[in-house]
Design a protein around this ligand. Structure first.
Ligand code: ZN
Length: 120
């Protein structure tokens, strides 16, 4: 599948690993049945039934769709960056062992990195 042509804002986050401002994205407060797909390559990344309110202002998921998301050490050497396993587009970061969700993981994702696809 062809990759989407990215806007300037999408490029700054997906390619240049930026972070959208909290509480400004399209999906931080979005709760519908469906999947959240990679904005760049449209691979399904997160199921809506793993989304939870982390009160951080970013979409948060306590699990990924199997094999869709890759974890790498962030450039800061501390955090774990998450990228799309298909196109390597930047998604956000994963935080573990916080004890705030069932699976004990918080995948903190930029709305700009995602496209929501309603369950049909
Ligand atoms: Zn992708």
């Amino acid at each position: 599948m062809a990759y989407k042509t990215l806007s300037e804002e999408e490029t700054s986050i997906i390619i240049n690993k930026g972070t959208e401002r909290a509480f400004t994205g399209e999906y931080w407060n979005h709760y519908e049945d469906g999947t959240y797909n990679c904005r760049q390559c449209n691979t399904e990344l997160f199921d809506s039934n793993t989304k939870f309110d982390s009160f951080t202002g970013w979409p948060s998921f306590d699990n990924t769709i199997d094999g869709a998301v890759k974890e790498i050490v962030d450039a800061d050497g501390i955090r774990i960056e998450i990228v799309c396993n298909t196109c390597n587009g930047h998604l956000g970061h994963v935080f573990k062992d916080e004890g705030i969700s069932e699976n004990n993981e918080r995948h903190c994702v930029n709305s700009v990195s995602l496209t929501f696809a309603e369950k049909v």
